[in-house]
Ligand binder design. Structure first.
Ligand code: SF4
Length: 326
């Protein structure tokens, strides 16, 4: 469905290139909720923008591509980086970070819905007919169609977020990309938004990709997830396996630092900071913080490989173990 094929990107700056994504190579499947986790500045949002084909200077793709493919209404489709934007809303849609501020606060929502739905997708309808369809869809999502008459500033943050999700999913896209969809919302509203996203994914049987720094979000709703560190994916696998049996040293420390119900042990964060993307260390980028780092780690970039069935990681230690065990 979404193939990320040896993708590398960078930002061109007057001080030189800042490599934000390094040789990512993995797939996101049909009918799954896929999470992308990692600390702030690790490249999650840049990756999501690249998946959605928002690659505008100073961001450039240095190598590789993204391929979006599948079938809709019995018709197969396939788009690569540079073409994916042609199919925005129809095959892929995006719920941006701070989505609530995307809505124009002084324009009624019905106009914003009409302006956002491409004419080609309106099936020769009058604006009233399209709005009737939107109203019906809002009802299906347990939202009152009355919101169409409202201005965004009249709605709560949680309600604005629900409206944005309704807008992004109105045309039943095959893939929905959501960037930090619950940030800046209180815990109860967060849960409601996550439940809404899960329900929609089940209903549409499509692919939902969620970027969040909050591991709790991934634990609650994702099927598989990737852990990013300093522009690379260091571990990828089923979410329950990553939480129950993390294999990469970074993931192990990250999961070990999370509070758990009934666990009274003292939790400590991961010592040190991620490296600056302007000047990353050679070799493994986690080496300066890794308790298992060796000279090889400090010199050679570890390969991202399958270390257990369905589990991928980028670590010399794990790769050596795999080689040893044949
Ligand atoms: Fe640690 Fe080396 Fe593995 Fe990097 S490659 S995570 S430094 S053991």
């Amino acid at each position: 469905m979404l193939k990320i094929d040896h993708l590398s990107t960078s930002y061109k700056t007057i001080d030189g290139d800042v490599h934000v994504i390094k040789d990512l190579d993995f797939e996101i499947y049909e009918n799954e909720i896929f999470g992308i986790a990692g600390e702030s500045g690790c490249g999650k949002t840049t990756l999501l923008k690249t998946l959605y084909d928002i690659v505008e200077f100073p961001l450039v793709i240095d190598q590789g591509k993204v391929i979006l493919s599948g079938e809709k209404n019995g018709q197969p489709f396939s788009f690569e980086s540079g073409q994916i934007r042609k199919t925005w809303w129809n095959n892929i849609s995006y719920v941006p970070q701070a989505a609530q501020s995307v809505l124009n606060p002084i324009v009624r929502l019905k106009k914003q819905f009409l302006d956002s739905i491409p004419k080609s997708q309106r099936k020769n309808e009058t604006p009233k007919q399209t709005l009737d369809r939107v109203a019906k869809y809002l009802e299906e999502l347990s939202l009152s169609p009355d919101v169409l008459e409202a201005y965004p500033f009249q709605l709560s943050g949680g309600m604005r977020q629900r409206v944005i999700i309704a807008l992004a999913t109105f045309m039943s896209p095959n893939v929905i990309l959501a960037d930090e969809p619950t940030t800046a919302l209180d815990v109860v509203v967060q849960r409601g938004i996550l439940m809404m996203l899960m329900r929609l994914q089940k209903q549409l049987k499509n692919t939902l990709v969620i970027v969040s720094h909050d591991m709790g979000v991934h634990y609650q709703i994702t099927d598989r997830m990737a852990i990013m560190y300093s522009g690379s994916i260091v571990e990828l696998g089923k979410t329950e396996d990553i939480f129950n049996d993390p294999v990469h040293p970074y993931t192990t420390m990250l999961v070990g630092s999370l509070p758990r119900v009934g666990d009274k042990s003292q939790k400590v964060g991961i010592p040190g900071r991620p490296p600056a993307l302007t000047n990353p260390p050679p070799g493994c980028r986690f080496a300066p913080r890794c308790p298992h780092a060796t000279d090889r780690c400090r010199q050679e970039v570890p390969q991202f490989r399958e270390v257990k069935p369905g589990r991928f990681a980028a670590c010399h230690l794990l790769n050596e173990e795999v080689q040893k065990n044949g």
